[in-house]
Design a protein around this ligand. Structure first.
Ligand code: 5AD
Length: 467
């Protein structure tokens, strides 16, 4: 049997895209293997959001060129670089952008037939296509990604995504709801809705009222429909929302829908109004804080995590202090911190990247120290409480055999109990707080485990904090 290996860099959208490519290759007779060595086809699904991610691709491709395999680069670097990738790295056989991923099996067949190297990287703006999880009963993971929209109409000055993923295009709510319902019927217990600005969602089949506020969206209605129609769905998450579209209707949905997780990842990027303006984030610090507070009032116990960029052009020590004070004020329990990295085609290139590397590093470390302390303090408050845990997979922490996530997204490790396994939904008493996770004891199992196949996707973890 022919074999293929997918190596995934970057965000959840890329993980989703890799899962769908894996299904396409499997349907075409490939066996998916976890390591590139020995595979007939190697797909590198790439990220270009920061330079580090791109460098990773280069070193990975360099490592693979010795192998006798078809090497295909997909995703954001593919879209960004196109033909240039083939010029610079002639051992790459094909370059496929995010909107052309469905062409992968055909491209492989052409290459196998002796076709020269090729580039497929055109946006499907006229008739957008979405990769759908075709999983059948037993073939679906307990937590499944579902795409709602793609592309981005924001113009955050640091960000390359509008260039690599194109303009916003939305899937019809009917299609989304029926995919979720099908996945739940096939055994999924949690669904994570995906989109670059997931909460700007507008149903292409249901026009917004004339003259409606540009910040408004139909995301809350979509959430209500999913919860109402996908019976058996135990937990619903979404990522990543933009604070500008955190509408009153979305707040109401958080108050109404028990199934919505008690965690939202809400990227803020900076706590300084001056920097937010230069980043073109289209909200002020105060607006962000008020929306975060409103979210927590809507749903008791809800926790927030965020993304922050340090060392954006012109960021002074005072601006950075404002970021630290915002992290304290909002009380984030999770944080992804990044040093600003100039990206091609972005508006911020016009600004001078003037914060010295050493300063960026120090700011990142200070930020991380603060967020770690907040996470530890938060976890400590949970000892003795009960959490509803969706079991994800095996664990080796202490005597624990399984790990899962709470409704607030904390990781909990616990020992085996009858009915516990991937996909089980259990009530766990938290017995101990570690640095980044919890330990607990299973009290009862509401929904027992189901047999799940393992994915062969290898994900290259990009550092949360850059060294
Ligand atoms: N430099 C550093 N970090 C960036 N991000 C996006 N673009 C850049 C950049 N040019 C970060 C943002 C975003 C996350 C996915 O990556 O924090 O939310």
């Amino acid at each position: 049997m022919k074999t293929a290996c997918l190596v995934t860099f970057g965000c959840q959208m890329n993980v989703h895209d890799s899962q769908r490519m894996e299904e396409l290759l499997r349907a075409d007779g490939f066996e998916l293997v976890p390591e590139p060595e020995g595979a007939d086809v190697i797909v590198l699904n790439t990220c270009s959001v920061r330079e580090k991610a791109e460098q990773k691709l280069r070193s990975e491709v360099g490592r693979l060129k010795r192998l006798d395999a078809l090497v295909i680069v997909t995703g954001c670097v593919a879209q960004q670089e196109g033909e240039r990738l083939l010029d610079r790295m002639p051992y790459i056989d094909a370059v496929i952008g995010p909107d052309n991923l469905h062409e992968l099996p055909g491209v492989v067949r052409e290459l196998e037939g002796g076709a020269p190297s090729m580039v497929r990287a055109t946006f499907d703006t006229e008739a957008p296509r979405f990769l759908v999880n075709e999983a059948t009963p037993g073939g679906v993971a307990s937590s499944a990604y579902v795409t709602t929209m793609k592309g981005c109409d924001e113009r955050c000055s640091f960000c390359i995504v509008p260039y690599t993923r194109g303009p916003e295009r939305y899937r019809s709510a009917d299609d989304i709801v029926s995919e979720v319902a099908r996945l739940v019927a096939a055994g999924a217990r949690e669904v994570v809705l995906l989109g670059q600005t997931v909460n700007s969602y507008r149903d292409p089949a249901v026009p917004m009222p004339e003259g409606s506020d540009p910040d408004d969206s139909q995301f809350a209605s979509l959430l209500r429909r999913i919860v109402g129609e996908a019976k058996g769905l135990l937990r619903l998450r979404y990522t990543s929302p933009h604070p500008r579209h955190l509408t009153p209707d979305l707040l109401r949905a958080h108050a109404e829908l028990e199934t919505l997780a008690e965690h939202v990842h809400l990227p803020v990027q900076s706590g300084s109004d001056r920097v937010l303006k230069r980043m073109i984030r289209r909200y002020t610090r105060d607006e962000y804080v008020r929306r975060a507070d409103a979210l927590r009032s809507a749903r008791k116990g809800l926790v927030l995590s965020t993304d922050i960029i340090v060392g954006f052009p012109g960021e002074t020590a005072e601006d950075f202090d404002a970021t630290l004070s915002l992290v304290r004020e909002v009380g984030f329990v999770g944080l992804f911190g990044f040093k600003y990295s100039p990206r091609p085609y972005t508006p911020a290139l016009k600004l001078r990247d003037d914060v010295p590397e050493q300063e960026k590093q120090q700011r990142l470390e200070a930020l991380f120290e603060l967020s770690e302390a907040q996470l530890r303090a938060h976890l400590a408050t949970l000892v003795g409480t009960r959490a509803r845990v969706l079991v994800e997979g095996p664990s080796k922490v202490g005597a624990a055999t399984w790990a899962g996530r709470t409704e607030r997204n904390e990781i909990v490790h616990f020992e085996a109990a009858p009915g516990v396994g991937p996909g089980a939904f259990a009530t766990v008493e938290v017995t101990r707080a570690n640095k980044h996770s919890l330990e607990g004891r299973v009290e009862s199992v509401a929904v027992p485990a189901a047999e799940k196949p393992r994915s062969a996707i290898r994900r290259v973890a990009l550092p949360l904090v850059e060294a």
